[in-house]
Design a protein around this ligand. Structure first.
Ligand code: 13P
Ligand code: SF4
Length: 301
């Protein structure tokens, strides 16, 4: 039996739904029931009816699914697939900021551990950060952990006062303005599509800035035929699937997240077979982390 057939069988046996982020390998995206950006997947996880959620992504994604759907068994193909940025903020610093700014809103990018979410007021993703921050009554915003997304949103909401944290995504940070200029030289008619985790000198020259779904939707609707894509390479699968006649070029070859690439079909089959790699967390942390995630779902509607 092929691995794909095995997964189909096991999915029925385990009453499982498979969620996958656009950054995992094409072959994993192909067997998923739902593929999307972080916001979309968190909504699907919150509403899932199956008994088991198998999350093909990095650990903060599985954790968010568990926080929102505690009655489900959430499993992951590889518990070692972890987003380094998710750890790049400090609860002690958050507490210090709260003392300094009494009216502070701690806004936490969903790419964060459950422990960081537990110290925050609201979560955001790259597709809803602007809308949610505009809707907050607070003027002082402490944006964790990603400095680049924070600075991008701050540039669109000048009426608020932002405090930044120095977290970053190494995949997006390594795409330089020099890489982009070279790609533009090679493809002079291409539109430049940029994820807001990129640095300001790259977002500053973009034709479009948005989440992975935003980038896919923009390219699908655009009249342009060529695009330079500044985000993780996995997104090219859906871009090409939806737009077989258009051409997509990465700004550089190394736009690859090693953690997302740990997810394989074999690990999907194994996790389902063994019901292994179960996401677990302390109930106290889960309840604290649930509040900012639910506020995001409410404000992001
Ligand atoms: P989005 O799909 O929400 O744009 O997230 C990007 C990301 O870095 C996920 O790890
Ligand atoms: Fe984290 Fe960046 Fe990988 Fe996304 S692409 S999981 S932000 S390291």
């Amino acid at each position: 039996m092929s691995t794909i057939d095995k997964i189909k069988d096991l999915k029925k046996q385990r009453d499982a739904v498979i969620l996958a982020h656009y950054y995992v390998d094409d072959e994993v995206q192909k067997i998923a029931d739902f593929v999307g950006d972080s916001f979309y997947l968190s909504k699907i996880a919150a509403a899932a009816e199956a008994k088991t959620i198998l999350f093909c992504g990095v650990s903060f994604m599985g954790e968010s699914a568990k926080i929102l759907s505690p009655q489900k068994t959430v499993i992951m193909p590889d518990l070692g697939a972890d987003c380094p940025m998710a750890h790049m903020a400090d609860p002690a610093k958050i507490a210090q900021m709260r003392r300094e700014y009494p009216d502070l809103a701690v806004v936490c990018y969903i790419n964060s551990t459950a422990a960081l979410k537990a110290c925050s007021d609201v979560c955001v993703t790259s597709s809803n950060a602007l809308k949610i921050i505009k809707a907050l009554p607070n003027r002082d915003i402490y944006f964790i952990p990603d400095e680049n997304l924070g600075r991008y949103v701050a540039s669109k909401v000048p009426q608020k006062h932002f405090i930044f944290n120095d977290g970053f995504c190494h995949v997006h940070k390594e795409i330089t303005a020099q890489d982009v200029r070279q790609a533009k030289k090679a493809h002079s008619k291409a539109e430049l599509l940029v994820h807001p985790e990129c640095t300001p000198d790259v977002t500053g020259i973009a034709d479009y800035i948005g989440s992975t779904s935003g980038i896919i939707d923009y390219a699908t609707e655009s009249k342009a035929e060529e695009f330079i894509v500044c985000t993780e390479l996995g997104v090219l699968y859906e871009l090409k699937r939806k737009n077989p006649r258009k051409r997509f070029y990465p700004a550089k070859k190394q736009q690859c997240c090693p953690d997302m690439k740990r997810i394989s079909l074999e690990k999907v089959a194994e996790a389902l077979e063994q019901m292994s790699n179960v996401v677990e967390m302390e109930e106290e942390i889960r309840l604290l982390a649930k509040k900012p995630l639910e506020r995001m779902l409410e404000l992001g509607q």
